[in-house]
Design a protein around this ligand. Structure first.
Ligand code: SDX
Length: 430
């Protein structure tokens, strides 16, 4: 028997279907709300609004649960590779051995960008933020694949774009970094796996090789896996909204990078490190900064804390915090920022303001500690987030394009401006 919700407006009662997901999440289906009641729902920030059904990622924010296609993030972080997890997110199941080998080989084959793209980098100042460069370059990729820009690409064409984007996002990211430090681009090498090839492009140079450290590869692999997808977050919703107009996947992914750049979203990992450094430079007075974060007038927030969905520890933060300890010990690095981060977490989580608002460390709080240990500068942290999230954006875009219910995204509004008034000729205006 279909469950229904009753809505009473004045003398009238309306009924709307209730839909339930495979994990028991419930929603009131308001698709006919305006037509039936001449009212719209009002939910700025969409905190109470579902934009779609999706089978890719499940989050239980109260319990701190995150699963990709039903598999717990803790298992994937421990046992899977990033390429394997990308396949899982996009195709809905773990790949068979040959499928994984073919998928991985494709990333090797498609890791080079068109030589002409190097000219695009030439126009950027060294000080350009790599997220600005990356978003432009990802959109520019569309110029080199005119045959892949159809409004309704075939499944094979979507597979091809996925390979191009997941493989080349590494190369474009590494080239953005090399541009920012004035070093020549280092080309990808056949024979190196996904993460190792990225590290090679980032840290090798014409006069010195980069020795691949398997511990560093594993740490980066884990970080990329943890960032693959996170249901309908700001950047993924941007990818879906742009794609809903039948814009191509290159343009949609570029929109995702732009949304992710914001300090409230993927840009937070860079802001966390800058905040921790500021606290150390200011004598390490944690109480002062916790008090500032509680003072609404200050405009200061504890970056890396809080989450729209998690009202418990972000499971990714737990994994990253544990990994940070391990990788720093293995590399023999003592990072004072990790010490201050652990102390800040303790002070904040013993303060009612944070406990009452369920503000826990999120994915961005500790990730920068590992990126720093690897030698990646903080401006590149949101770029690392983009590399990790690329398969998730592709999976979500593909799921939307293949859905029978695809409609262009177009929210309504409540108008609060002037009522009808006349045009006043310029010589009569006061
Ligand atoms: C990511 O959505 C996703 O899934 C994102 C992500 C992903 O994988 O895609 O998980 C990645 O973006 C993680 C979040 C990274 N951002 C930050 O760390 C920036 C700092 N965090 C906040 O700005 C904030 O917590 C958000 C943006 C993450 C969530 O914002 P919400 O859900 O809109 O919450 P809110 O701003 O309405 O805050 C609720 C209350 C407010 O206080 P009151 O008005 O109730 O008194 O909590 C306070 C806020 O002032 N608050 C904070 C705080 N975060 C929220 N106070 C101090 N420091 C903070 N960090």
């Amino acid at each position: 028997m279909e469950k229904k919700a009753k809505l009473i407006i004045g003398e009238d009662t309306y009924e709307f279907p209730i839909i339930e997901g495979s994990e028991g999440e419930k929603a009131i289906d308001f698709r006919k709300l305006r037509q039936a009641t001449s009212h719209i729902s009002f939910d700025p920030g969409f905190g109470n609004t579902g934009s779609c059904t999706s089978a890719i990622t499940f989050i239980n924010g109260e319990k701190g649960i995150l699963r990709y296609r039903g598999i717990a993030i803790e298992e994937l972080a421990e046992k899977a590779t990033f390429v394997e997890t990308a396949y899982l997110a996009i195709y809905g199941r773990l790949p068979l051995k040959q499928e994984l080998a073919d998928f991985s080989l494709n990333f090797t084959k498609h890791s080079m960008i068109h030589e002409d793209m190097k000219n695009l980098f030439k126009g950027y100042p060294a000080a350009a933020h790599p997220m600005g460069t990356l978003s432009a370059m990802v959109c520019a990729l569309s110029s080199y694949y005119p045959e892949l820009l159809k409004p309704e690409p075939t499944p094979e064409e979507i597979d091809t774009i996925a390979i191009e984007l997941i493989s080349k996002v590494r190369t474009l990211s590494a080239f953005s970094y090399k541009k920012s430090i004035g070093e020549p681009f280092v080309y990808p090498l056949h024979g190196l796996r996904y993460v190792a090839n990225f590290l090679h492009m980032m840290f090798a140079s014409p006069n010195s090789n980069y020795k691949i450290d398997e511990d560093i590869v594993k740490a980066l692999e884990t970080l990329l896996i943890l960032h693959v997808d996170h249901e309908q977050n700001c950047s993924t919703s941007s990818v879906r909204l742009v794609g809903s107009s039948q814009a191509n996947l290159f343009a949609s992914a570029s929109a995702g990078i732009c949304a992710l750049w914001g300090p409230l979203h993927g840009g937070a990992n860079q802001k966390v490190i800058e905040m921790l450094q500021m606290i150390i430079d200011d004598g390490g007075n944690l109480d002062k900064y916790v008090a500032k974060a509680k003072d609404k007038e200050s405009g200061f927030r504890l970056m890396g804390f809080g989450h729209r969905v998690y009202k418990n520890f972000d499971p990714r933060a737990r994994i990253i915090k544990a990994k940070a300890d391990i990788i720093l010990n293995k590399l023999g690095i003592h990072d004072p920022l990790l010490d201050i981060a652990i102390k800040l977490e303790k002070v904040a989580l013993s303060d009612d303001y944070f406990v009452e608002r369920k503000l826990y460390p999120n994915v961005d709080f500790y990730s920068g500690i590992i990126y720093r240990a690897i030698g990646i500068p903080s401006k590149m942290f949101p770029v690392m987030f983009s590399i990790g999230r690329m398969p998730g954006w592709i999976a979500q875009w593909k799921e939307m394009i293949e859905s029978k219910e695809l409609k262009i995204g177009r929210p309504r509004q409540i108008y609060t401006g002037d009522n009808l008034r006349e045009y006043v000729p310029i010589d009569k205006r006061k």
